[in-house]
Ligand binder design. Structure first.
Ligand SMILES: *[C@@H]1O[C@H](CO)[C@@H](O)[C@H](O)[C@H]1NC(C)=O
Ligand SMILES: *[C@@H]1O[C@H](CO)[C@@H](O)[C@H](O)[C@H]1NC(C)=O
Ligand SMILES: *[C@@H]1O[C@H](CO)[C@@H](O)[C@H](O)[C@H]1NC(C)=O
Ligand SMILES: *[C@@H]1O[C@H](CO)[C@@H](O)[C@H](O)[C@H]1NC(C)=O
Ligand SMILES: *[C@@H]1O[C@H](CO)[C@@H](O)[C@H](O)[C@H]1NC(C)=O
Ligand SMILES: *[C@@H]1O[C@H](CO)[C@@H](O)[C@H](O)[C@H]1NC(C)=O
Ligand SMILES: *[C@@H]1O[C@H](CO)[C@@H](O)[C@H](O)[C@H]1NC(C)=O
Ligand SMILES: *[C@@H]1O[C@H](CO)[C@@H](O)[C@H](O)[C@H]1NC(C)=O
Ligand SMILES: *[C@@H]1O[C@H](CO)[C@@H](O)[C@H](O)[C@H]1NC(C)=O
Ligand SMILES: *[C@@H]1O[C@H](CO)[C@@H](O)[C@H](O)[C@H]1NC(C)=O
Ligand SMILES: *[C@@H]1O[C@H](CO)[C@@H](O)[C@H](O)[C@H]1NC(C)=O
Length: 732
């Protein structure tokens, strides 16, 4: 306990009532050890306790005085509380101007009572004394050691290179790297402790003084591993327990190497031509890997990618359309770390199935340009298929063909044998293979069977014409190759055979045309048309029959019955053509120019033409036209009257009598003619009447009987099949 303190009334006079003087040169005070050591933080609030409790009943507090040892031997009163002659709550407070000024206040009512100093300064550190004077009890003296700590200003983090880490991320580093990271605390008194923590565990508590104002602590992270990714390391700097420590945290960033690649669905068998999406997952790479696909050494680029940043999985999807030649090729998926180039990969030996691919070829012993009738031909179907084909079928011009001994088609394994070819086998052959993938058809192999010319069926075989009428005869052969050299032969009724000279033959390919004009009734030969190509000569020649037909007779007894200056009347008394199924034609030509002036058609042989030019000559051609042809022409030269002649005719008075006489004479002539005709007809041979012929039989009857018998004989003796079809017009 401190004793001997004297109130110095000279030094301290308080509101003229209380004078407190303190003798600080009391050496006994200096020896007092402070009972209490308090630590406050700069800028904070300091509570310095002082026990003012009364020990004895009835005692009272007089004064409470606070000193501070400004220098060691010179304590200065800094605060007083005076309750002499007052109730405790009415005590008077005083504080000095220099040290506390308005920052201090005494709280007698607290237990224990205390001096509260706000806004603490570093200079507030020191030994404080609290002296309490009582009315009865001896004075109490308490010393308190107050120290002020200054918190560190901040902490900074520095990496290996000495660069500041200001984004709270350390790295990125690689797996296996070692890292030194230093935490530096600036300022603070006393020197702060700088410590490293990971979550709640302290990693490094040893800090070292770097400079006067810096304390540092270096954390050594050896051999970083995958699990260290995203670890948070916290540095704390603290120099007191009253305040939370200053902290700085960093998160560790590490690049991760890819762990493995995996192609999914490798057990699949692919079908050529289908499109697939194949996926490859690369796991464990950070940042995400570059995934590439390779077919052998060629890169495949039709890909898309999905990444999951949470589980470090990246999947690449390849769109792939395999072809049959890629069977057993290796497809590789490669994941490359974008920074370290670490590579992981997975490979897949492709199994690709495809439709059968067939190639149809001739047996090598066959010259395909020289396939002839009668030969045997072998076709081979070369098949590539995966899996193997289970059936091979054959088609001819798109229709299935089968093993058929009668047809001469023999199928063995993958070959087709066609025996004893004929031209009907010309066409396209294919083979069709079937495996589990489906069916595949081969190329069409054209079988081109060469053969000598034959007569094309269905041609006109019978030609009809009249004597002196030219007829065109057309012969069509079938031949392969179609380069045909034609030969025409005429076979006459008397058995003579004549070859037609080449220069009378017009031919192109397999068609030949000749013209023939029968010169007489006996000149109707049988025509034989044959050809020769490089295979050989025709065996089955075309045979044409040339038959006479009856043309209408020329109109007879024609004359101009009346002439005027502009018109002509023509009449024929045509016994032969009476009642014909045909027409009478009159063509009027200008006699001088030969130009056709008029062309009149009539049912009857009576014509009138008007509006002709007067006084000029005309040639009138008269003929009959029916389905068989045109009769010979009767030509009648005449003229139109000129104007004078016409007038004379009208003026002549004796003309009627002249005409009457003329008519009489003509009448007698006609009578005579009729009698002659009747006599001739009654003398015509009987055989002629057997022919049920047309209206012209009268004039042509004598020939017809002969021809008919000849033709009948011919058809009987030579059994030409073609006769059956077209001969109805001729053969009765
Ligand atoms: C203060 O104390 C010192 C020594 O204890 C003494 O010499 C001095 O006279 C005293 N001063 C007064 C004013 O009492
Ligand atoms: C204050 O002093 C009294 C009397 O000496 C004592 O009984 C009490 O425990 C003290 N209080 C504190 C808080 O030290
Ligand atoms: C007061 O406390 C400080 C710091 O705790 C110490 O350095 C000093 O020696 C103490 N003073 C006394 C007189 O005990
Ligand atoms: C970390 O510090 C240790 C000790 O000073 C040193 O041996 C090591 O090389 C440092 N490592 C790095 C990455 O700087
Ligand atoms: C610093 O930390 C050490 C070890 O934990 C401890 O002994 C020391 O008292 C601390 N110093 C400060 C000022 O906190
Ligand atoms: C990662 O996540 C994705 C999507 O959630 C998932 O499809 C994939 O299987 C995961 N990979 C691993 C290795 O867990
Ligand atoms: C990775 O590969 C790229 C390109 O081939 C090259 O530029 C780079 O230097 C490589 N990086 C490493 C770490 O090998
Ligand atoms: C056969 O094939 C050819 C082409 O190679 C084609 O021109 C011809 O029309 C085909 N014939 C048949 C009957 O399919
Ligand atoms: C060709 O041969 C087939 C039988 O193989 C037969 O039916 C056909 O009549 C023959 N055709 C000709 C033109 O000979
Ligand atoms: C058909 O195939 C079998 C087995 O491959 C073979 O032994 C046989 O000789 C073949 N026959 C012909 C006609 O090629
Ligand atoms: C006249 O007409 C007939 C029947 O119409 C025809 O056959 C004939 O050729 C024609 N004459 C001329 C010269 O045009």
């Amino acid at each position: 306990m401190c004793r001997g303190f004297i109130i110095n009334s000279l030094l301290l006079v308080y509101v003229s009532k209380i004078v407190i003087s303190v003798n600080l040169s009391d050496t006994t005070l200096e020896q007092e050890k402070p009972e209490l050591t308090l630590q406050f933080v700069k800028g904070g609030v300091g509570n310095i306790p002082c026990n003012v409790s009364l020990n004895q009943f009835g005692d009272e507090i007089q004064t409470v005085i606070w000193y501070k040892e400004v220098d060691k031997n010179n304590p200065t009163p800094i605060y007083t509380y005076d309750v002499r002659d007052k109730a405790i709550e009415n005590g008077e407070h005083w504080s000095d101007n220099k040290i506390l000024a308005t920052r201090g206040s005494f709280r007698y009512q607290d237990e224990p009572a205390k001096l509260v100093i706000i806004n603490l300064k570093e200079t507030d550190a020191g030994i404080y004394h609290c002296r309490v004077d009582f009315k009865k009890e001896p004075t109490v003296n308490i010393a308190i050691n107050v120290s002020i700590t200054v918190s560190p200003e901040k902490v900074i983090l520095v990496d290996d290179t000495g660069g500041y880490i200001d984004n709270y991320v350390l790295g990125p580093y690689s797996e296996g790297d070692s890292v030194n990271v230093t935490c530096i605390a600036l300022g603070g008194r006393p020197k702060p402790n700088v410590t490293w923590w990971k979550e709640n565990a302290i990693l490094d508590s040893v800090s070292e003084i770097a400079t006067r104002k810096r304390v540092k602590n270096t954390l050594y992270l050896n051999h970083l591993e995958r699990k260290d990714l995203h670890s948070v390391y916290t540095c704390q700097a603290s120099n007191n327990n009253n305040q939370p420590p200053l902290t700085a945290a960093i998160t560790l960033d590490i690049y991760l190497r890819p762990l493995r690649a995996k192609i999914w669905g490798k057990q699949r068998i692919l079908s050529a031509g289908n499109t697939y999406e194949i996926s490859c997952e690369v796991i464990g790479s950070r940042p995400r890997p570059l995934i590439t696909w390779w077919l052998e050494s060629a890169q495949l680029v039709n890909t898309r990618e999905l990444s999951n940043a949470v589980n470090y999985s990246s999947t690449s999807f390849l769109t792939f359309k395999p072809s049959m030649d890629q069977d057993n090729k290796i497809i590789t998926c490669t994941g490359v770390h974008p920074i370290f180039n670490d590579t992981v990969e997975d490979s897949w030996k492709l199994k690709i199935h495809h439709l059968p691919m067939a190639t149809l070829v001739f047996d090598s012993a066959i010259d395909k340009r020289d396939i002839r009738e009668g030969m045997d031909v072998m076709l081979h179907c070369d098949m590539t298929a995966n899996p193997s084909v289970y059936t091979v079928n054959w088609k001819y011009n798109g229709k299935a063909i089968y093993n058929n001994l009668e047809m001469g088609t023999i199928i063995t394994n993958q070959s087709l044998l066609i025996k004893n070819l004929n031209r009907s086998k010309t066409g396209n052959f294919t083979c069709v293979g079937t495996n589990l993938e489906g069916t595949g058809e081969s190329n069409a192999l054209r079988l081109d069977v060469k053969y000598a010319a034959v007569c094309r069926p269905g041609q006109t075989k019978i030609y009809r014409t009249a004597v002196h009428n030219r007829v065109e005869i057309r012969c069509e052969l079938e031949a392969n190759p179609s380069d045909v050299e034609f030969t025409w032969k005429f076979k006459y009724n008397d058995g003579n055979i004549v070859n037609l000279p080449e220069n009378f033959i017009t031919s192109e390919g397999t068609v030949s045309t000749i013209y023939y004009t029968p010169s007489s009734d006996d000149d109707f030969p049988t025509l034989i048309c044959s050809g020769k190509n490089n295979v050989g000569e025709t065996e089955d020649a075309c045979i044409f029959h040339l038959l006479p037909i009856d043309l209408p007779e020329a109109p007879s007894n024609c004359k101009v019955t009346k002439q005027t200056e502009s018109s002509l009347h023509v009449e024929c008394i045509d016994e032969f053509n009476r009642g014909i199924r045909g027409e009478f034609i009159m063509e009027v030509y200008d006699a001088q120019t030969g130009k056709l002036v008029r062309n009149v058609t009539s049912k009857d042989p009576t014509f009138v033409v008007g509006e002709l030019e007067s006084g000029i000559g005309f040639d009138i051609d008269l003929y009959v036209l029916n389905k068989d042809g045109k009769s010979l022409v009767t030509r009648l030269p005449t003229f139109t009257l000129n104007n004078d002649q016409a007038a004379n005719l009208l003026l002549l008075p004796s003309i009627t009598t002249l005409l009457g006489m003329l008519a009489g004479a003509v009448g007698v002539l006609i009578l005579l003619a009729v009698i002659i005709v009747v006599v001739i007809r009654s003398r015509t041979p009987k055989g002629c009447n057997d022919l049920d012929e047309n209206d012209f039989q009268d004039s042509s009857g004598r020939y017809m009987s002969m021809r008919s018998s000849k033709l009948t004989n011919k058809t009987d003796s030579n059994s030409y099949d073609s006769f059956d079809t077209d001969s109805r017009d001729v053969i009765p």
